[in-house]
Design a protein around this ligand. Structure first.
Ligand code: ASP
Length: 334
């Protein structure tokens, strides 16, 4: 009798567990959009008081322009990878963000740029670090992915590789902006390496074929020394995409993102623990990272079009646009 009772109890427990699993996967299997994209333009001390109405509008317009660029590609049946690249190019070409044109200065008064891109369908990836002449570093990262056997190339070598292709190189002066220059002087005066100028850029996208892609581009951190490289060009730290789970791009204090393999961690929580995108992002950004004092955030989209824009800083330049909907852009925490 006792044995039968125990068996009944075990069976009930087991069926309860599988029910919970079913409910969870039912929730995450609901398709919310056929295609869409999410972007960030950096996280940090982005608060209302620091933005005049004009400045706020300037950021909003640029974020919206970037979103619409990627959206058109996706709407016309283009690949998520192409949408990610073109969207990031808009942000790289703007002096507002710490990527491409507006990249921050290193302690040696140089602009050393990092970028990466990843294809969620094949898990192929490309990355470059410490490049100094490439106008759009994410384009060079794409070439590393598509046209070499490697994942990552650095500095002059990466640019030597890029010379075989149709890619734009610029004089180092191109990257110099008054804003980044002043940020370096302030950082030097305080003897601090701090990201006064927020603005790493990133994009994740889901296309009509269900393919996910992610990309990130940055100048790194103001006053960085000794050829420091952050998380942005590191696959699994700053950028990750996997068709089975999600595409993620990060921004924030790179050292924490590297140590915690943040973007891969979010994907792994979905894959192995069946967490929703939002729950996975909250666990990593709002708990794990925050408890360590790691500031920053992520943008992500999953295979069903669910979006996450999670950050533990006062603000993050961000936005998304899903199929058939208008673009949404935001700066401050809500
Ligand atoms: N994550 C970038 C880095 O550490 C900086 C940033 O996102 O603000 O290089």
């Amino acid at each position: 009798m006792k044995k039968i009772l125990i068996a009944v109890l075990v069976l009930t427990c087991l069926s309860l567990v599988s029910c919970t699993r079913e409910v969870k996967s039912q929730v995450s299997e609901t398709k919310v959009a056929d295609f869409g994209l999410v972007i960030h333009g950096g996280a940090g001390n982005i608060v209302k008081e620091r933005f005049s109405p004009e400045k706020k509008t300037e950021y909003e317009q640029k974020l919206e322009e970037a979103l619409n660029t990627g959206y058109e590609i996706l709407k016309n049946g283009g690949a998520s990878l192409d949408a990610v690249q073109a969207t990031i190019n808009v942000l790289e070409d703007s002096p507002l963000f710490n990527a491409g044109k507006g990249a921050v200065f290193s302690a040696e008064e140089r602009n050393e740029l990092d970028a990466s891109i990843m294809d969620g369908k094949t898990l192929n990836a490309g990355a470059v670090a410490g490049v100094m002449h490439t106008r759009n570093p994410v384009n060079l990262a794409r070439l590393v992915m598509d046209s070499s056997k490697h994942v990552m190339m650095v500095g002059a070598g990466a640019e030597e590789f890029g010379k075989q292709f149709d890619i734009e190189f610029v004089d180092t002066e191109y990257f110099k902006t008054e804003k980044s220059w002043k940020a370096l002087q302030r950082a030097k005066a305080k003897e601090k390496s701090l990201n006064e100028k927020m603005g790493t850029v990133g994009c994740v996208a889901l296309d009509k074929n269900g393919n996910l892609a992610a990309g990130t581009s940055t100048g790194g951190m103001t006053n960085k020394k000794f050829k420091r490289v952050g998380d942005s060009p590191i696959i699994g730290a700053g950028t990750y995409a996997n068709n089975n789970t999600c595409a993620v791009s990060a921004t924030g204090h790179g050292e924490f993102f590297i140590r915690n393999c943040v973007t891969h961690d979010i994907s792994a929580l979905m894959e192995y623990k069946n967490l929703s995108l939002k729950d996975a992002a909250d666990k990593v950004i709002m708990k794990k990272l925050k408890n360590q004092g790691g500031n920053g955030g992520i943008v992500a989209i999953d295979k069903n079009g669910n979006v996450a824009m999670t950050f533990n800083t006062p603000g993050m330049f961000r936005g998304f646009r899903l199929s058939g909907k208008k673009a949404v852009v935001k700066l401050f925490a809500e």
